[in-house]
Design a protein around this ligand. Structure first.
Ligand code: ADP
Ligand code: ADP
Ligand code: ZN
Length: 212
């Protein structure tokens, strides 16, 4: 099963992807995590991407498309994969089609702009394994330490208030139209992102036909 998780920054894509990996047994491909890893490793792509990410702008389509195109070829993607944060523009979605990659369901996690701001201020992430936490809604077992891999948790550079505001604008201007794109193809499933993490996860499983 090939899935796309769509939604504004902070909607819960990364959190839900982490739960779906366990339940569906397929890997997550998070372009945000892959780009942050590239920045951390100081690669050429990382250096280029950092300029856009620090400003809350999208990294150019050809850059993310080539990263995803390469990643889906890997062996672990044979039974399917979860795309988290990709595609984010119509040209990226068209690029996916040109690569011959079919999609079964596009789950849009719906959340209001006000809720986003509250979530981002409490978000803590693990740069090593990509796990996401929230200081109130989803705290780690030990403060500041990743449950999964034991690395330290940090605040993302682009989670400061003014950058978050710009990322919300970018979502409405460039990403939200993907809902129409996939609705027209009969692939769009809407899920309320304001419910608890567990309830949202159940709603996603129902929406993709993996639970009743
Ligand atoms: P969030 O989960 O909060 O929406 P991501 O981790 O998905 O954030 O993305 C963080 C940043 O990485 C984006 O603001 C953008 O600069 C870059 N990025 C991630 N995925 C893409 C993509 N598919 N296309 C362009 N830029 C991307
Ligand atoms: P995205 O990948 O869409 O940017 P995240 O999964 O990183 O979103 O979630 C953003 C923040 O909100 C994180 O701190 C996460 O722990 C928290 N969060 C995710 N889902 C919920 C939820 N249903 N209720 C409350 N907080 C949530
Ligand atoms: Zn970790």
């Amino acid at each position: 099963m090939n899935l796309i998780l769509l939604g504004a920054p902070g909607a819960g894509k990364g959190t839900q992807a982490g739960l779906l990996v366990e339940k569906l047994g397929i890997p997550t491909i998070s372009t945000g995590n892959m780009l942050r890893e590239a920045i951390h490793n100081g690669t050429e792509i990382g250096q280029l991407a950092k300029r856009y990410m620090d400003d809350g702008c999208l990294v150019p389509d050809d850059v993310v498309l080539s990263i995803v195109g390469e990643r889906v070829q890997k062996d672990d993607c044979r039974k399917g994969f979860i795309l988290d944060g990709f595609p984010r523009t119509v040209p990226q979605a068209e690029g996916l089609e040109k690569l011959g990659i079919g999609i079964d369901h596009v789950v849009s996690i719906e959340i209001s702009d006000d809720e986003i701001v509250a979530r981002m201020t409490g978000r803590r992430v693990c740069l090593k394994c990509g796990a996401t936490y929230h200081v109130v809604a989803n705290p780690p077992k030990a403060e500041g330490i990743c449950d999964s891999c034991g690395d330290e948790l940090v605040i993302r550079d682009d989670d400061k208030a003014e950058t978050v505001r710009h990322r919300i604008e970018v979502y409405h201007a460039q990403t939200e139209e993907l809902k129409v794109f996939y609705k027209n193809k009969g692939k769009l499933r809407l899920v309320d992102g304001k419910q608890s993490i567990e309830d949202a996860n159940h709603a996603i499983l129902v929406a993709i036909g993996a639970a009743k």
